[in-house]
Design a binder for this molecule. Structure first.
Ligand SMILES: C[S@@+](CC[C@H](N)C(=O)[O-])C[C@H]1O[C@@H](n2cnc3c(N)ncnc32)[C@H](O)[C@@H]1O
Length: 427
């Protein structure tokens, strides 16, 4: 199911029902971002441009060539051809309502303007932009879901405004610059799927100087967690099964449950202290090479005595206009008050400070749940920590060389005088 060419996201009808129980058991998997693809079809203006490898004009030819479309990418796009993944995203009201609110809040930047929707899926964000008065929307998607998007656009009498391009944003051609780029690119743990690179490509190819990018910033956080219920349910359970001592299963149970990152929902009560900023992304300035590998050092002081079971990761994104964009305001509003460091990575976030009142889509444990949930990296064995005990170490997230959509995770942690290393792959 999870082999390299398998890429199953559980969207086959028979698998879908298994999600909630699998997630509780720790076998739950990412539901977006993988799998296979077949043929492509073009719509509208893309007919004669589709899959062209050349940039739009001479200036842009200075840019590095886009990555070629690998079998892994084809599998990834194919996974997005399934209705289930789009249903789940659209039914995530926190996500979809926040995007719609952001579009409406930035109506003055969109009305009468040209928009590109990078990875349009069913076309929902493109349609919101058309409703906000966009003059023209280029809705780009490499998955066969673009065929459906085109039908949805036609059924809503928006074919004059929304041009669906079926192809990779790296390959399609359009004949004009755009005023606005919108994209829902965030994967689990923010960077899984590596779709942000495609937004960078679109920005560098087509965004006008001073143009708007929604969302404008993104921040990945981590924090130590305690989760006795989860540990007992998956591990301690084996100590006494119908009165039988099955402790011989313990090692295997730990390996199977905790070898890979788990996508699960926790609450604020599981979190032992304030989160640490792993990576802050400014969508106006981020470069491809910054995404190949992200490293941080962290130091936490537990606010309570508890068994430490691992770390949780979550992210938020902020929707700011160009005037408030970090390009003009180097301190993202979300983090004002926590540091005067322009490099936000490594900052510990004590509380949300948002003087710009920018709209935020948060996947934090204390906020309403989303389909991203949180990503948990569990230790094989818990560490008992006292109140105020230091938990410190380092983390490196890197794109897998084999498949850049997979993420290698190298975690070093120490507490109470002992040090540990955990390597895992999110695939
Ligand atoms: C997370 S979904 C978002 C879909 C839709 N925008 C929404 O909000 O419901 C991301 C979409 O981007 C598409 N995508 C990812 N990378 C792409 C690329 N490089 N070029 C074109 N489409 C891409 C995927 O096929 C998928 O349909």
């Amino acid at each position: 199911m999870y082999g390299i060419s398998g890429y199953s996201n559980g969207y086959h009808q028979d698998q879908q029902q298994q999600h909630s129980s699998e997630e509780k058991r720790g076998g739950g998997r990412r539901r977006r971002g993988g799998r296979r693809s077949r043929h492509r079809h073009d719509f509208g203006v893309s007919d004669h441009h589709h899959q062209q490898q050349h940039y739009q004009n001479d200036e842009k030819q200075e840019q590095k060539s886009p990555p070629s479309c690998t079998d892994f990418d084809m599998a990834y796009f194919h996974s997005y051809a399934h209705v289930g993944i789009h249903e789940e995203m659209i039914k995530d009201r926190v996500r979809t309502d926040t995007y719609r609110a952001a579009i409406m809040e930035h109506q003055s930047f969109i009305e009468g303007k040209v928009v590109m929707d990078v990875g349009c899926g069913t076309g929902i964000l493109s349609i919101f932009c058309a409703q906000a008065g966009a003059k023209r929307v280029y809705a780009v998607d490499a998955s066969d879901i673009a065929l459906q998007a085109n039908e949805v656009v036609k059924a809503n009498n928006l074919a004059e405004k929304i041009i669906v391009l079926h192809g990779r944003v790296e390959d399609v051609e359009i004949d004009e610059e755009v005023d606005v780029i919108i994209s829902e690119w965030m994967g689990y743990m923010l960077l899984y799927e590596s779709m942000l690179g495609s937004v960078i490509t679109a920005r560098d190819r087509w965004l006008k100087h001073g143009g708007l990018i929604l969302p404008s910033t993104a921040t990945l956080y981590m924090a130590p967690i305690t989760h006795p219920d989860r540990y007992n349910d998956s591990i301690e359970f084996w100590r006494n099964v119908y009165g039988i001592d099955m402790s011989a299963m313990l090692q295997l149970a730990k390996q199977c449950a905790f070898e890979e990152p788990c996508v699960e929902t926790i609450t604020g009560e599981n979190v032992l202290t304030w989160p640490h900023v792993v990576k802050h992304v400014d969508c106006y300035t981020i470069q491809h090479d910054e995404l190949e590998s992200v490293s941080t050092r962290y130091k936490f002081q537990s606010m309570m005595r508890a068994p430490l079971h691992g770390f949780a990761f979550w992210f938020d994104v902020e929707f700011s206009g160009p005037a408030n964009s970090p390009t003009n305001n180097p301190i993202p509003s979300l983090l004002i008050g926590t540091s005067n460091n322009n490099h936000m990575d490594g900052v510990q976030k004590k509380k949300r400070a948002n003087p710009n009142e920018a709209l935020v889509l948060s996947t934090a444990p204390e906020d309403p749940p989303t389909h991203w949930q949180q990503t948990l990296i569990y230790f094989y064995d818990p560490i008992d920590v006292e109140q105020d005990q230091i938990i410190e170490g380092s983390l490196t997230l890197s794109q897998s060389k084999e498949n850049r959509r997979f993420m290698n995770i190298h975690l070093e942690y120490s507490s109470g005088g002992r040090s540990y290393v955990k390597e895992s792959v999110m695939r």
